[in-house]
Design a protein around this ligand. Structure first.
Ligand SMILES: [Cu+2]
Length: 219
């Protein structure tokens, strides 16, 4: 972990509202400290939203120096998403409970968008389990879920880098078995500059408010 990322992670540890200790069986919206809530949508409104040309803030995930690989084992830079709205979910492919529901929830968000917003939105799934979730498995998952790979990307990175990314998103996870994790159930909206602008917590939540925020971010 380089010095910039270390300082970023330290900063996020200070400013990120702790995510709930939500385990996979949970079915209800979480409370997230004093974060603003619109139904299930924890909208961290960014009053200082500015044009894309401005330098990236230290809280932008686009500044993270992470060697991502996609479902085709190609290198991938999150910074390539700059200028788009990005809906990000951390998950793992062998999860039998929450993750399949969360992926369906992201598909519901996608379906709720206008065609124009959908065209300006990217969907990113980041695995907690890069050892098990090989590119072939991620590719198979994309096919099984019928994810449109013109908009969706499934990503893996080193365990340390996955941990860094989770910290920036405020996602908690821990390994509880060889290929089993407990984790936060949270869908994150990154704005065009790669900063967290809204989060939807819980499973099978209403997606309208969150989708509205995506629409705004995709403009
Ligand atoms: Cu899961």
């Amino acid at each position: 972990m380089n010095a910039r990322i270390a300082s970023l992670v330290a900063l996020m540890a200070l400013v990120t509202t702790p995510s709930c200790k939500r385990e996979e069986s949970s079915q209800t919206p979480s409370t997230m400290g004093s974060a603003h809530r619109d139904g299930g949508c924890h909208c961290r409104r960014d009053a200082s939203a500015t044009p894309v040309a401005r330098p990236l803030a230290d809280t932008s995930v686009y500044g993270l120096d992470i060697a991502w690989r996609d479902q085709d084992d190609r290198t991938f830079s999150l910074a390539s998403l700059r200028g788009s709205a990005t809906v990000a979910l951390m998950f793992y492919g062998t999860c039998q409970s929450a993750c399949p529901v969360l992926v369906r929830d992201v598909l519901r968000v996608e379906a709720a968008l206008s065609a124009d917003a959908r065209a300006h939105t990217r969907f990113v799934l980041v695995t907690f389990d890069p050892e098990t979730d090989t590119p072939a498995r991620l590719r198979a998952l994309a096919e099984e879920k019928q994810l449109d790979l013109s908009r969706w990307t499934l990503l893996r990175a080193s365990p340390d880098d996955v941990r860094t990314f989770a910290t920036v998103l405020g996602v908690q996870f821990s390994r509880v078995g060889p290929s089993e994790f407990t984790h936060s159930n949270v869908i994150t909206l990154l704005d065009a500059r790669g900063e967290v602008s809204a989060q939807l917590e819980g499973l099978q939540q209403p997606v309208d408010d969150f989708a509205h925020r995506v629409e705004e971010a995709a403009r």
